[in-house]
Design a protein around this ligand. Structure first.
Ligand code: FE2
Length: 369
């Protein structure tokens, strides 16, 4: 589209803003955020890049930031919400509350946090040797498209004191809100390491599956972490678009397909890789590592504040209710036959034993491979 036409026809204010930022704008189905190029991003005082996930929704945007060794970000403040997952490096973040109280917390690989809404903050890289990479999942896309006003978004004096939470929420304390499997919440502002945090059983989701929902800074961006034991995979499912999935630990792959497709789209993942399952596309995650594999999912709307009626329904029942019963989950016995064959081949390559033999007749499946 010509520039003139773009200004008054089908305009995307968020993409137009991205173009003015002077950093890479990378569009792909899956992106390795540890390997991608970054460039100085003046607004943030760090290097960075914009990740544009194919199949993403209209609310979530994803940025990769890099803090140089010994470096610091600009002092930042914004009325968009942002969940930071630390991909690599060590550092700290200082936050100033509306009453003038300051909190500083130290993070490292696999830390997860959200600075409470619109509170001024600054990131510091605590290492003189090593850069730090941060993955930001945020709702800047939605706010930029809605307001088209950087002053409103980045220089807004309105305090949100009720978002601060308990003082301990900045240092790794939190509160477990037990609900039911797959919905238990851990409320905090900062989790030092989601790779070793104790998750809760969620048997309905697949063999040995565990999970926990993170409620960060009482925000509306929902996140959860799930784990698959060695030699297992989760059940397939489908839902609305806009969930960023990050590999935390382990390795494996995910398959994506629409009902009736003959082939799968595949993303292989390891720490640093992220992708987003498109609207209503079946997806399924497979662990091929010799250790459990964990992932982090981040999206607009949470089990506390779903924001959408469809998400309220998914988290109430659909997320682990079979398609046959009106839910979103594809039971093992209903999945395409090829899926378990692919899994066994991948395990063979990695010399990992399947732990799914009680669910599938693997001798019979292998005879057909
Ligand atoms: Fe999903």
């Amino acid at each position: 589209m010509s520039e003139a036409l773009d200004s008054y026809y089908l305009h995307d204010s968020y993409r137009a803003w991205c173009k003015t930022q002077g950093v890479p704008f990378v569009e792909d189905f899956g992106i390795d955020m540890l390997a991608m190029d970054v460039a100085p991003w003046d607004r943030y005082g760090m290097k960075g890049a914009v990740c544009e996930l194919v199949g993403g929704d209209d609310f979530i945007s994803t940025f990769c930031f890099e803090l140089a060794a010994g470096g610091k970000s600009a002092v930042l403040q914004h009325v968009y919400e942002e969940v930071i997952f630390v991909l690599s490096g060590h550092g700290s973040t200082s936050v100033e509350l509306p009453d003038g109280t300051k909190h500083t917390f130290e993070w490292g690989p696999n830390s997860l946090f959200q600075v409470p809404l619109n509170m001024p903050y600054q990131h510091f890289n605590g290492s003189g040797q090593e850069p730090a990479r941060l993955a930001s999942t945020n709702n800047a896309r939605f706010l930029i498209n809605l307001f088209r006003n950087e002053t409103f978004i980045f220089d807004n004096p309105v305090p949100f004191a009720d978002r601060a939470g308990a003082a301990g929420y900045f240092t790794g304390d939190g509160e477990l809100k037990p609900i039911k499997p797959g919905r238990h919440q851990w409320e905090t502002n900062f989790v030092p390491d989601i790779s070793n945090f104790e998750l809760k059983a969620w048997d309905a989701r697949g063999a040995g599956s565990t999970n926990l929902r993170w409620i960060l800074a009482d925000g509306t961006i929902g996140c959860h972490t799930s784990e698959m034991p060695v030699g297992t995979y989760k059940k397939g499912h489908r839902h609305t678009a806009g969930t960023n999935v990050f590999c935390v630990s382990g390795q494996g792959y995910s398959l994506f397909w629409y009902e009736g497709d003959e082939d799968f789209t595949r993303v292989d993942w390891h720490h640093g890789v992220m992708y987003t399952p498109p609207e209503n596309m079946f997806h399924q995650h497979f662990n091929t590592a010799t250790q459990p594999s964990r992932y982090l999912a981040v999206q607009f709307g949470s089990t506390r504040y779903p924001l959408f009626e469809v998400k309220r329904q998914i988290w109430d029942k659909g997320v682990d209710t079979s398609l046959k019963d009106g839910g979103n989950q594809l039971e093992y016995e209903d999945q395409p036959e090829e899926i378990h064959k692919i899994f066994l081949r991948e395990l063979d390559k990695n010399q990992v034993e399947s732990e799914m033999g009680e669910i599938f007749d693997e001798d019979a499946i292998r005879a057909k491979m």
